[in-house]
Ligand binder design. Sequence first.
Ligand code: ATP
Length: 320
Amino acid sequence: MKRIAFLTSGGDSPGMNAAIRAVVRCGIAEGMEVYGVHRGYEGLLAGDFVRMYRSDVGDILHRGGTILKTARSRHFMEPGGAAKAIEVMGTLGIEGLVVMGGDGSMRGACTLVEAGFPVMFLPCTIDNDLAYTDYTIGFDTAVNTVLDAISKIRDTSSAHERVTIVEVMGRESGDIALYAGMAGGAEIVLTPERKPMLSYVYNKVLAGLNRGKLHSIIINAEGSGIASDALEADIESHTGKETRTVVLSYLQRGGSPSAQDRILATFCGAKAIELLKNGEKGCAIGQKDGKIFAMDLFEAAACTKEPDMSLYELIEVLSM
Ligand code: ATP
């Protein structure tokens, strides 16, 4: 394989640039011509490619976001989208593609492989919602960002003897809430996988007050099904305790990637090049039990994840 391309797609995640650097430099080391595609699948359809050299990826390892820009592409999802993309790559002599993104981007990669084009997929999303891999690139940084916010919020929450609700990202996956809640010592964590009754929340706050607890931190994932403003009003009315909400929103997406995310991204990028060089047709790359591995893309896309209830139970015990 002599000429390959890569793109970043869906929501950006810290570590995408580290993965880009690894793909470009490992690809060139294998004698490949490497092309970056601007704005994800949208750029793939538009033929928005740029040849990349070693020096183009200098000084990006520590930067969040993606130097290639990312996008969501409706056109690519339309019938014939994958065929059009393959035609565009064909005219440029591109023989293989590396896709970096979340679950939607992985489904997009599947349509290209189905149509016969070799694609290696790298799990780049802060959500950690790809079941085939233990961790996704960007998750660790996002958890650390939330943790930093919780530590600051804890100071003021304690000073004012308040309840604070920290709303974090996670429409369908509660991993950011769960891991940051555990590391940040939150009293209650609400996630899409575990949606307790409102009465559970205010009763737990009340129980804490009765034990002499002066402040509480509640982590609410955006997909928990309980709106933070309703929760705030409910806690105030049932406990009489001043309650405030902090919505972290896009703050969680940005920032310099953690060492863990940079290392994961670098190993995954290098693995993608190795697999393309070996003539693999469609693989998802990830990390299982501390080791980098690759599996069939369609099998990876079909994986489902059970929530780890032991984490919820441990948070419950620690906050009693
Ligand atoms: P994140 O969840 O971290 O934001 P993502 O990769 O899941 O990232 P999406 O917006 O779901 O983000 O998907 C990115 C792009 O992948 C879409 O804009 C679309 O171009 C493509 N895509 C998603 N689903 C499909 C599908 N079923 N078939 C073809 N392409 C798809």
